[in-house]
Design a binder for this molecule. Structure first.
Ligand SMILES: Nc1nc2c(ncn2[C@@H]2O[C@H](COP(=O)(O)OP(=O)(O)OP(=O)(O)O)[C@@H](O)[C@H]2O)c(=O)[nH]1
Ligand SMILES: [Mg+2]
Length: 447
């Protein structure tokens, strides 16, 4: 399904203008195509940055520094050429077009990293770690992604998988040579190996809960009546004036989201329309969106205006969110008439109490010690597969306990093999093509 026969090209640096912009070529003709684009006829020296003029047709369009990484010692494992030109979108696009004219194909999303995977430069969790590292919003996310790129998860999985492989081999030998009895493994030994394996999977599952919190973070919906200061609080937490703030109730209509680092926790804040009954058709669409955002959020931040008397609408909102993971925040603590004994008193205007609010957000999710013992596993795909392996091992363990000395190896082998399949799907050694295609389709072009 995946072809690596041709040479691909893409801009590797982000869209927009910058000091430098990089066009990357990978594939069997990378070197030849680069030489068509460069003014000099001299071949590129491996792994040596070479100053060169870039020419499109017979026109020189820029100066560049060009580096050839011959196969297999390159990111993709193929011949790679990186052309570092000035970071002008116009120049970079011209280079890509010139490379395409010279025989390169425009790369699809994540195709460079896909090739690295297909050429065994990276396994699947490492390739996924590249995307996580690039997408990281908090330093902790970046560090856990980098751990995964370094092979932390790969090694943990390999350890379990090797033990499993050994166990399967011994059980198969017992099936093949039944006369040898328990020569290859006895039931007590089998139980103890299975217990070790189950300890390893359940510790991954425990780590995964924290890992997911680090990688995926939380979605926090800011809700409340109109004019209580939701957008002001959103802006204060985001550290930017993203949402319009006015004294007019009903200002916000759309959902506005911003992903921020709250003391190491990745939080996607959602600002929404103030909830009230309204005849304004635009505002009522906004109120619908706000209610939906409230339903799908991990945490609901209910904002009340502490400078005004508590009323029926506030009570209704508290009642509607009572079953949810939520924080109730009293805003406008800087106003003279502000009265509440709640610990979560804040002022979006002055910033008072915001640190307490950030701490409270960590607390609702038990995320206080997020950075301690960085988890090896953070990704829902991996966790689902570890869960599948854990269930299969649990079945095998139960079968072994129940059967005592009259163990039927074939029976246990089915479950052990199922566990192994799950681990090999994590590493990518046996992942279906559509799973692989799906993973890389979420990358950007040029990665
Ligand atoms: N004194 C004071 N005023 C605030 C504070 N937070 C918001 N305000 C004011 O309250 C008014 C409404 O603020 P917004 O942030 O637009 O309120 P909102 O809840 O988003 O309002 P809607 O979008 O209409 O639902 C504005 O005039 C703000 O300046 C605060 O902490 N102290
Ligand atoms: Mg608003």
């Amino acid at each position: 399904m995946f072809s690596t026969a041709d040479t691909i090209v893409a801009i590797a640096t982000p869209p927009g203008r910058g000091g430098i912009g990089i066009v990357r070529l990978s594939g069997p003709d990378a070197h030849a195509i680069a030489r068509v684009i460069l003014a000099s006829n001299a071949p590129l020296e491996p792994r040596r940055a070479t100053f060169a003029k870039v020419c499109v047709g017979d026109q020189i369009i820029d100066h560049a520094v060009v580096t050839l990484f011959p196969s297999p010692h390159s990111y993709t494992g193929e011949d790679v050429v990186e052309i570092s030109a000035h970071g002008s979108p116009v120049v970079l696009r011209s280079i890509v077009v010139a490379a395409a004219d010279a025989g390169a194909r425009l790369a699809g999303p994540g195709e460079f990293t896909l090739r690295a995977f297909l050429n065994s430069r990276l396994d699947l969790p490492q390739a996924e770690a590249v995307a996580d590292l690039i997408d990281a919003v908090t330093p902790l996310q970046a560090r856990t992604a980098f751990d995964q790129l370094e092979g932390t998860l790969t090694n943990r999985i390999a350890e379990i998988d090797n033990a499993l492989f050994d166990l399967i081999a011994r059980l198969e030998a017992s099936v093949d040579f039944p006369d040898e009895g328990y020569h290859f493994i006895d039931p007590a030994q089998l139980r103890s190996v299975l217990d070790d394996l189950l300890r390893a999977t359940s510790s991954l599952l425990v780590e995964g809960r924290r890992g997911r919190l680090i990688r995926d973070g939380l979605q926090v919906a800011i809700v409340g009546k109109p004019n209580v200061g939701k957008s002001s609080l959103f802006n204060a937490l985001a550290g930017a004036d993203r949402a319009i703030v006015t004294p007019v109730p009903g200002t916000t209509r759309d959902l506005i989201t911003e992903t921020v680092d709250i003391d190491g926790l990745r939080v996607t804040l959602v600002d929404s329309a103030g909830i009230r009954d309204t005849d304004d058709s635009i505002e009522s669409v906004g109120v619908g969106l706000a209610k939906h955002a409230m339903e799908v959020a991990d945490v609901v931040l209910v904002v009340l205006d502490g400078s005004l008397p508590f009323d029926q609408a506030d009570a209704a909102l508290l009642e509607n969110t009572a079953e949810r993971k939520r924080l109730v925040v009293w805003n406008k603590s800087d106003v003279e008439t502000f009265k509440t004994s709640s610990s979560l008193a804040v002022s979006a205007k002055t910033g008072a109490g915001l640190n307490g609010l950030r701490g409270a957000l960590h607390e609702v999710f038990g995320a206080n010690d997020l950075a301690r013992d960085r988890p090896a596993i953070t990704n829902l795909r991996h966790l689902g597969l570890v869960q599948r392996a854990d269930r299969a091992l649990t079945r095998a363990r139960a079968a072994v306990s129940e059967s005592g000395d009259s163990l039927s190896e074939e029976f246990v082998l089915v479950d052990l093999q199922a566990a192994r399949d799950a681990f090999e799907e994590i590493s990518g050694r046996r992942a279906p093509d559509d799973v692989i295609a799906h993973i890389f389709s979420k990358f950007c072009i040029g990665k």
